[in-house]
Design a binder for this molecule. Structure first.
Ligand SMILES: [Zn+2]
Length: 373
């Protein structure tokens, strides 16, 4: 039986999201919060935003004086991080582009990154993850039935970026995350804290996997970076009026960028995880968050979002079949393996050792420590 979940009348958040509350007009607290956030980050007077950007660029440049790079920018090949790199170069910053390859990159993403750094004359540091170890870790996360399989990638990516910041004496890490297209708060039942190194190690150990080479970062190291070293992770695109479609046009025209049909489709795993595993096993549709952000920032009409949801994420069943086959082959699974995984109950991350309470304490200390996602 299909349960019907109440959906917000202003955005497309529905009752799957933890702590969602609807007012008498059926509007949810997620979009109410998002609109307040937008008012702070996106002043209606464009001059104000320009002044803010100018002052920020000066700060980054001053901090980078005498160093090889001013800032670090993680690039995935997606539009947001590509535009962040483009914007940094437009303002004569000297970024080091950093990419992490976990074996699931789409060819299109790799082409986009190579093309981007060449055209912008930016140094690129690529960290290639040891695939056999990474696959074993992903397998452990699947065996554990925890929701956030991407914790492995995201934590390693943070570890690599923070590590390079220390190596090159860089204070600023500029990210493509931004309020206008993804500012909707992530419901706490949709993912897990990305600095939870202890959780990664505990899940790995429980299923007999050793973390030998994958870079990891825990809450204490993060706190050291933020509090002692003063490393700053900045949602750079909040300094402009970021309109995704307009910015993709610029990237296409000026840098021969090739766009993707949906957000986060630069990684085949992310595409399959968000488009199939998350909704099928966990009842979580992250696309709703993204579309709701676009509705709140006036970049999409609610009707259009509803249409996209109706045919998202795999509008063509052949595409889904192709991704299932790719996934099975790469993970060494059979179809019954996948069916059994999908049928099993979710298990919470904190069934395993975790740094959640430590992180909560840190958050209480200073709310702005959370990276902008
Ligand atoms: Zn809403």
């Amino acid at each position: 039986m299909n349960e019907i979940f109440q959906e917000c009348t202003r955005c497309v958040i529905d009752a799957h999201a933890a702590d969602v509350v609807f007012d008498s007009a059926g509007r949810c607290n997620y979009c109410t919060d998002m609109l307040e956030k937008l008012a702070v980050y996106q002043p209606t007077d464009p001059k104000k935003l320009e002044t803010k950007l100018g002052a920020f660029i000066d700060k980054v440049r001053t901090a980078g004086r005498g160093k090889r790079y001013d800032c670090i920018i993680g690039v995935s090949g997606g539009a947001d991080s590509s535009y962040a790199l483009y914007l940094a170069k437009q303002h004569n910053l000297r970024p080091l582009a950093v990419h992490m390859d976990n074996g699931w990159n789409s060819e299109l993403a790799v082409n986009n990154i190579e093309n981007l750094v060449r055209k912008l004359s930016v140094d690129l540091y690529t960290h290639v993850v040891e695939w056999r170890e990474y696959r074993a870790l992903q397998q452990a996360f699947f065996d554990a039935d925890v929701i956030d399989v991407e914790l492995l990638y995201d934590n390693a990516m943070l570890a690599v970026n923070y590590g390079l910041a220390t190596r090159y004496g860089v204070k600023y890490m500029l990210s493509g995350s931004n309020t206008t297209t993804e500012g909707m708060r992530m419901p706490r039942n949709f993912n897990w804290n990305k600095f939870d190194r202890k959780n990664i190690l505990a899940i790995a150990q429980r299923y007999g996997v050793k973390v030998r080479s994958l870079p990891t970062i825990g809450v204490k190291r993060f706190a050291w970076h933020r509090l002692v070293r003063g490393t700053q992770w900045v949602p750079f695109l909040d300094y402009i009026n970021y309109n995704k479609e307009r910015c993709i046009d610029v990237l296409v025209k000026e840098l021969n960028y090739r766009p993707y049909p949906y957000k986060h489709y630069e990684s085949i795993f992310t595409r399959f995880y968000q488009g199939y595993l998350l909704p099928t096993k966990f009842g979580v549709d992250k696309h709703r968050l993204h579309l709701s952000s676009l509705i709140c920032s006036g970049q999409m009409a609610r009707e259009q979002a509803k249409e996209l949801l109706a045919r998202n994420p795999y509008s063509d069943p052949d595409d889904l079949q192709a991704d299932i086959e790719y996934f099975l082959k790469k993970m060494g699974w059979s179809e019954p393996n996948l069916a059994a995984y999908l049928a099993r109950q979710e298990r919470p991350h904190d069934d395993f050792d975790s740094e959640a309470s430590l992180y909560a304490k840190l958050l209480k200390l200073q709310k702005r420590f959370i990276p902008g996602r």
